[in-house]
Design a protein around this ligand. Structure first.
Ligand SMILES: [Zn+2]
Length: 366
């Protein structure tokens, strides 16, 4: 479907008949939405607006579209044979920011929607704050002027910060560049840039970048949110050694089993694009006894079994697609009605002897 057809279809979504056809299109599709920050007017931070999230959840309720925890969606997809006259939808929240506990979780509870949270364990411990927030603070607080910023493997780069637009552009450019560095190199650079930019980064994040506490994570559980692992320190796994990757994945899973009552055996890769994880990470997820893993690659999950004779990647459940939660209702409806661009991802059926693990149980191999 090309972009024009998609837009026309988007405009006619509420016309009876068209909606029925679209429901037929999506009857065996799974859709996983991904949220990061919720906008907080008191702190002046951006993100999803509470009223938009409520409108999306109301839309799903009015359409009687089933919303399930992502772990259940994976289990239903692996069991196959799903044909319920509409899509299955899941919501996921990445990283563990305080606004997710304070703003998003109560809205999900209000609608009885069992979202899944993927917190970064050292972020919740208060042992670190996110590198992109540290970078953001450096670029927003540096006095106006021209700076020569050191970079690995090259000469310093000259950067002029003389307007809010210039600050945003440089921050975005370096954020992209920093994703190609191993975490250690990136963290060392941020320390050096403090001197260059004349900003002292505090040990604890300013309130607008604060994590939820473990108590708040447990409160989220009490509100019906399930919790799964998302690394200890949020490095981009493909840039790290195998030993480090194994530790990030196993330790975050182990910590969750200690901190919350029923962690779910679904992994969420940090950053999650095809550059950020690969076969190595998918294999480790399997070795840890996890049932699936989420990427940030846009796409739908096929819940019906593959046609007879169709080959399916035996590890495809460790690279599951997600859609970023759109910022407006037309965008949200486009995804829910199966009209958003993206692949349709098939996963292997579970072996007949397969039984889902009990939530909260320790993996013998972890
Ligand atoms: Zn993340």
């Amino acid at each position: 479907m090309n972009e024009t057809t998609r837009q026309i279809a988007g405009l006619t979504l509420d016309v009876p008949g068209v909606n029925w056809i679209l429901r037929r299109r999506t009857r065996s599709l799974g859709i996983v939405f991904m949220l990061h920050r919720m906008a907080c007017p008191e702190l002046g931070t951006g993100g999803h607006r509470a009223e938009d999230l409520r409108a999306f959840l109301s839309y799903l309720r009015r359409r009687k579209i089933r919303v399930v925890p992502v772990c259940q969606m994976i289990r239903e997809a692996r069991a196959g044979g799903m044909d319920r006259g509409g899509p299955l939808v899941s919501f996921t929240l990445d990283d563990g920011y305080q606004d997710q506990a304070v703003i998003a979780a109560p809205i999900f509870r209000e609608f009885g929607v069992p979202a899944t949270l993927f917190p970064v364990t050292e972020f919740l411990d208060g042992a670190r704050w996110m590198w992109w927030d540290r970078l953001s603070l450096l670029f927003s607080e540096a006095p106006s002027g021209t700076y020569r910023l050191p970079l690995p493997g090259g000469g310093p780069e000259s950067v002029t910060l003389d307007s809010s637009q210039a600050r945003t552009q440089h921050r975005q450019r370096f954020e992209w560049l920093f994703k190609s560095f191993p975490a250690k190199e990136r963290d060392e650079l941020l320390v050096r840039w403090q001197d260059e930019l004349r900003v002292a980064l505090p040990d604890k994040p300013p309130e607008r970048f604060a994590p939820m506490t473990w108590d708040q994570a447990r409160d989220c559980e009490a509100m019906g949110i399930t919790i799964g692992p998302h690394t200890v320190t949020h490095p981009i796994l493909s840039r790290e050694s195998t030993e480090q990757v194994r530790w990030e994945m196993a330790e975050s899973w182990r910590r969750l089993q200690k901190e919350v009552s029923a962690p779910v055996p679904v992994y969420c890769y940090s950053n999650g694009t095809p550059r950020d994880f690969g076969r190595r990470e998918m294999k480790i997820a399997g070795e840890l006894g996890l049932e699936g893993a989420l990427s940030t690659i846009a796409g739908y999950l096929r819940l019906a079994p593959p046609p007879h004779g169709d080959a399916v990647d035996p590890e495809a459940h460790f690279a599951l697609p997600r859609y970023s939660l759109p910022g407006d209702m037309p965008g949200f409806k486009r995804v829910v009605t199966g009209l958003a661009p993206g692949l349709i991802h098939r996963i292997p059926a579970a072996p007949e002897s397969w039984e889902p693990r009990r939530e909260g149980s320790l993996s013998s191999r972890a």
